[in-house]
Design a protein around this ligand. Structure first.
Ligand code: PXP
Length: 396
């Protein structure tokens, strides 16, 4: 987990913790720090005073202390993956007090202290000399002004999966409803992408659909597919804007789990290389799992699409929160490795907002919930309502 927040202060709530996480991730990105683990501890005056006395032989509370990893007897642990940058310990009592004195918000004061603490971890030191102080304070100003203008890395957008329109058509074996017409309505209603899954058994989307969609889609066409030779050749001919590789089993009702990239590196790397020759970026649909993310990066994927199915299907709030945390940390890890991040499966009008809020998720691929609602309220309204949820993300 790139950023671990440890809250030891009774007044620090979830919204402040989210703010700290966001700031920490932004700083890691702005400083171009390669994948590292950073601990941020929010504590009390009493606790920080103890640390100050024990490690710095100074009496009383201070606002922030930095403990770079590798600075002590634990250097042998530097080889652990991901390596640890260190700990930034902040007294939230000082934050409140200093915010009141300087007329700013607690969030603004926290930003400054996190920036200050991380810069110390990176070797900046304002106590070393006047010259060093200027270098550190200039860097602080630069990062703080970037933070102000740069709160979210990427704005998320909705891509509608129109497979289920084709499922209704295939049930009758006639030519309506047409997923091509559905795609046009989705785009007019604000969707920024269209997704179709061309299955080997052609149970819903047909070759004809993809060919016409390639001509008519005005936004971006994301072609989901298994890594089978015949479908790969079809994709190379059609040239979608993105290919999302998914596992495909003939008996399944829908895609059941993420790709096991770790055990199929060779095969998937080959597929990615072929797409690369056709200038088609590839996304791998994977479970939110660190080893799968690393494997996706190793074999040259441009995107990962994180499988949100277990989060969507969780039987109670506690399980859903666990799944959400896995998705959240996976988004961070993938981003820090340089992968772009999409997400999807099982998302609906209730559970999408929290996922859309995870920066820097780019595309949410949603099908069943939208087409189901469209049966009652019409496709235009169903897409508009989901666009509002995806795009009005203020949480992060
Ligand atoms: N992403 C992938 C890779 C999928 O296979 C699917 C289902 O086709 C979706 C997203 C959309 O899932 P849902 O229909 O549950 O919204």
């Amino acid at each position: 987990m790139p950023v671990e927040l440890i809250n030891q202060h009774p007044q620090v709530d979830d919204s402040l913790l989210n703010h700290c996480r966001k700031t920490s991730l932004q700083i890691i990105r702005l400083c171009a720090i390669p994948l590292h683990h950073l601990n941020v501890v929010l504590t009390t005056d009493a606790a920080i005073a103890e640390l100050n006395s024990h490690y710095r032989r100074k009496e009383g509370a201070t606002n922030v202390l930095s403990f770079p990893f590798g600075d002590n007897e634990h250097t042998f642990l530097d080889s652990i993956s991901p390596p640890i940058l260190g700990d930034v310990v902040i007294s939230f009592d000082r934050v409140v007090e200093e915010a009141r004195h300087s007329g700013c918000t607690s969030e603004q004061r926290l930003d400054w202290l996190i920036v200050h603490g991380v810069l110390h971890l990176l070797g900046y030191d304002h106590e070393r000399s006047e010259k060093d102080a200027k270098i550190m304070f200039d860097k602080e100003d630069e990062l703080l002004s970037e933070l102000k203008t740069n709160r979210r890395i990427v704005m998320p957008h909705l891509a509608v999966n129109v497979d289920h329109v084709a499922t209704v058509r295939q049930a009758r074996g006639i030519d309506e409803p047409d997923p091509v017409a559905a795609a046009a309505i989705c785009e007019l209603a604000g969707a920024k992408g269209i997704v179709v899954h061309l299955r080997e058994d052609r149970r819903h989307i047909q070759d004809r659909d993809v060919r016409i969609l390639r001509e008519t889609v005005k936004t971006r066409l994301n072609l989901e597919m298994g890594a089978a030779k015949e479908i790969i050749n079809f994709a190379l001919e059609i040239k979608p804007d993105l290919v999302t590789l998914v596992p495909e089993k003939r008996q399944e009702l829908t895609t059941e789990g993420g790709l096991d990239v770790v055990s199929q590196k060779k095969k998937l790397a080959k597929s990615i290389a072929k797409m690369d020759k056709g200038s088609i970026p590839v996304s791998l649909f994977i479970d939110p799992d660190s080893s799968q993310i690393k494997a996706a990066k190793e074999i040259g994927a441009t995107f990962v699409e994180l499988h949100t199915g277990r989060y969507a299907d969780a039987e109670n709030e506690a399980l859903q929160f666990e799944e959400f945390e896995m998705i959240r940390t996976s988004v961070e890890e993938a981003h820090l490795l340089g992968l772009r991040v999409n997400a999807g499966h099982g998302l609906n009008y209730v559970n999408t907002a929290a996922i859309a809020a995870l920066d820097p998720i780019e595309e949410l691929s949603i099908g069943h919930a939208i087409i189901s609602r469209a049966v009652f309220s019409g496709l235009d309204l169903a897409v508009r309502d989901m666009c509002a949820i995806v795009e009005n993300t203020t949480y992060y």
